[in-house]
Design a protein around this ligand. Structure first.
Ligand code: FAD
Length: 494
């Protein structure tokens, strides 16, 4: 069970529900246990908490009224998009309101000429590309969860995906946000032009994990659908060799529209699940997609094939038609649920490392997997150096979750050691909050808190997530040590 570190509300649960029902229809305020249960976790189901109420507004007026009740009564508010997050970001607060943005699901306008669209936060990621395909446009960031996850959740997590190597993360593909702060201020961040003056609050809000404001409208950039896209599957008999090949391709000036790595366990699981046509005996495969004009694609594909062979690929297969291309990608997109069939539970990590370290980190993961006697499956955005080790475990066995978390922590520590970060795209949430203490020093964490307080003085938005308290870091014993000086030496270590 999750226990937050902050927030004591000054209203009873009955009074809170009553206050919400003053301006929300009955079906938009959930408070019975059986109605609250479906909201008790996000994609990180190891952590669960039931909120006092779930509020599901369908207008800005209702949304502001909910925030006002919570602000006046010191009630924590956790925003929720589609709940597909993997770091516990949308995990409810047990003394708070879970604010669902599900009814903000309209595409408000499509501007073909300026290649952008204005959408509400509850719109599904894939629905944007579907809505603009007749104009020959698409929205580039494509998380593997794109059939379900919301664009509001994508902004709050700065989501990535297969396309992000070439086209950038969410932050590179939005130009303007409308947000509402906990005390009811409506802010427009960014603008319709290429650049806007002042601090880059658009970047600050992107990836802020529901801690600074509620995102109510997003202007996304759209791109022309490339004339041609082709995917090549390269097989390897050693995963570390496949990892090194990733750097080799990019170092030669090719920026694939996707460069994904799957190890043997991942590719077998995906193949069993949706028959993607993967070679079952390969130690690893790389899916390398090139898009652009017909000439560009053919040239770059030939060069990439040569580089991959030189790097040690044992077999190369170029998808013969669009159907086979989609089949190769379907296997990759279904890899997470496919791995879910291998064991009762898995824990999805999300470290990012400099590309040239992929081989070394994969070797270290393999050593740790042996040491802990736990299978780790690798399927990830290799071109971005964004690893997703999936640690298999069974939460029914006592102590196994804790052991898994420890193993995951060691993988993330190693990512930081080689110059990487503890998260690439899934966010910190509750899952990686302790690792933040190792990634940042106390001055840096203090600046994060200052920013939080500038937006949310009462610390009501998503408390206990994303940014650890200094006390927590001291207790965790992993506070970043700067020039050999332990910060806060007076604090007792437990
Ligand atoms: C099978 C699977 C595959 C995945 N693949 C990828 C991948 O390839 N790339 C990737 O980046 N992620 C991936 N994810 C993780 C997840 O889908 C993303 O993090 C996604 O952006 C979450 O969107 P959501 O709508 O589900 O947000 P939620 O899980 O509901 O919320 C995520 C965070 O955003 C906040 N939030 C949500 N809406 C708002 C809002 N309107 N205003 C303010 N804060 C808000 C929440 O408070 C929470 O902190 C995957 C998840 C699954 C289950």
């Amino acid at each position: 069970m999750y226990n937050s570190e902050k927030a004591e509300s000054n209203i009873s649960s009955a009074a809170l529900i009553n206050a919400l029902r003053q301006f929300l229809p009955d079906e938009s305020v959930l408070f019975e246990q059986e109605d609250l249960k479906p909201y008790e976790c996000d994609g990180l189901s190891a952590y669960q908490a039931v909120p006092l109420a779930v509020a599901i507004p369908d207008s800005i007026k209702q949304l502001k009224a909910i925030l006002s009740v919570c602000y006046e009564n010191d009630v924590p508010v956790v925003a929720r998009g589609a709940g597909t997050g993997l770091s516990g970001g949308a995990l409810p607060h047990e003394n708070g309101v879970l604010l669902s943005l599900a009814k903000f699901n309209q595409i408000l306008s499509i501007d073909e000429e300026n290649m952008c669209a204005v959408v509400q936060p509850g719109v599904r990621n894939l629905a944007i590309s579907e809505a603009v395909q007749d104009y020959g446009l698409f929205y580039a960031p494509d998380p593997s969860s794109q059939i379900a996850c919301s664009i509001g959740g994508n902004v709050a997590e700065n989501a990535g995906g297969v396309h992000c190597l070439k086209y950038g993360l969410t932050v590179h593909n939005i130009i303007k946000l409308k947000v509402i702060t906990i005390d009811g201020d409506e802010l427009t961040i960014g603008c319709d032009a290429f650049d806007s003056p002042g601090y880059d609050l658009l970047a600050l809000l992107t990836g802020s994990e529901g801690m600074l404001a509620i995102i109510t409208e997003i202007t996304v950039k759209l791109l022309p659908v490339p004339a041609l896209a082709k995917v090549m599957m390269a097989s390897f008999d050693d995963i570390a060799v496949a990892g090194q090949a990733v750097s080799d391709v990019i170092a030669r000036g090719i920026i694939p529209a996707g460069l994904e790595l799957m190890d043997n366990a991942a590719l077998r699981a995906a193949d069993d699940f949706i028959q993607a046509g993967y070679p079952p005996d390969a130690a690893a495969i790389l899916l390398c997609e090139i898009d652009g004009s017909i000439e560009e694609v053919d040239d770059q594909l030939q060069l990439a094939e040569k580089i991959l062979k030189q790097a040690g690929a044992t077999e190369i297969q170029i998808a013969k038609d669009e159907a086979q291309r989609m089949q190769f990608w379907a296997g990759r997109k279904a890899a997470f649920p496919a791995v879910g069939r291998l064991s009762p539970d898995y824990y999805c990590m999300d470290g990012t490392i400099p590309r040239h370290q992929i081989a070394s980190v994969l070797n270290r993961i393999s050593e740790l997997s042996d040491e802990y006697g736990q299978t780790v499956v690798n399927v990830f955005h290799a071109g971005d150096g964004n690893l997703h080790p999936l640690i298999l475990f069974d939460a029914n066995n006592e102590g196994e979750l804790e052991r898994t978390e420890e193993l995951g922590g060691k993988i993330l520590d190693y990512c930081v050691e080689v110059g990487g970060t503890i998260t690439g795209e899934h966010g910190v949430g509750i899952e990686k909050i302790n690792q933040m203490c190792g990634q940042f020093n106390s001055s840096e964490i203090t600046q994060f808190h200052n920013i939080k307080i500038a937006f949310d003085e009462k610390q009501l938005l998503n408390p206990g997530k994303n940014i650890p308290t200094l006390q927590r870091c001291a207790e965790f014993g992993a506070m970043h040590v700067h020039h050999g000086e332990l910060p806060f030496p007076e604090l007792e270590r437990f």
